[in-house]
Ligand binder design. Sequence first.
Ligand code: GTR
Length: 343
Amino acid sequence: MMKNLLLSKGLPSPCGKSRNELTETLLREEYGFLPEAARVSGEILSVEKNFCAGKAKLEKINICCEGSFGSFSFPVSFSYSPNQKTPCFVHINFRADVPDRYQPTEELIDSGYAIISFCYHDVTMDNNDFRGGLAGVVYPDGSKGNRDCGKIGLWAWAAMRVIDYLCTRPEIDTSRICVVGHSRLGKTALLTGALDERIYCAFSNNSGCSGAALSRNKKGETIEKICGKFGYWFCDAYKDYANRESELPFDQHWLLAANSHHKVYVASAEEDLWADPDNEYLSCVGASEYFEAEGKKGFVHPDRLPIAGDCFHEGNIGYHLRSGKHYLSREDWQLYIRFLERQ
Ligand code: GTR
């Protein structure tokens, strides 16, 4: 039944293509090409030794990047237990606060994880102005070419620089670095995962249109709607696919397939109809064969559409559908941890 649903959408298959070909297509047609990597160093601005009543340390760090385009720095918050080497989440967040309503920091520490987070606005503002922050450094006159990356690409670039820095920290088990983001930042987490080999799992929370969800026959937000309001998240060429989804040479399951060098996780919320939970799920189904062609378990799921409470943690594509609205909740985090423990 699920296979037939997918076939009826006429999806281009990612199989037979290398991961590079997948990411090349996604960058050229959708997100745009990112700036080159940079030399990264961390400048510790402050240390709170008794964070969470002494269970953890909280450091504020400036991530300093020296690239061929110039230099740029942005602040991050790093919470970790000083007594053990732990896995770490890189959280691309809407706010710099720690803890935050999207980041239950103490609970993550108690579960044996460190977390490093930054506010996406500290990289570059979420608007159509390319003159400020990283955008202003990379695009000196504030204008960019048709295939240059939009803001999602710049936020993903910053997440990779945070990983560069994390890899220098002895407190972290660098074989267990995960990236997490919600909604527009879930799209960003999936792109970061596609581009970065060092990640263990990329978690997309309610990322929807131009994130985890297939674009063909999509309900709720469409390419036309997202480009109308948020065209600056993408490369300029992407808007040409508005109302021409069937002509896309790829679909969003390629973004999940491009994460096949590690694990990828898609979290949906039942009432998040703008994101289209069914198309997020079908994207996992569509990406599964790419993982399987690499000899890995892909998406292990029943032959039906999802219902709230479903949680599929057996394969390298993890998934859950929780009840409720568009949000990055404690429940989502707890399921992420359960998935990681199971793996
Ligand atoms: C919506 C947008 C979605 C999603 C969301 C968010 O307005 O249309 O694609 O990214 O914002 O980031 O909260």
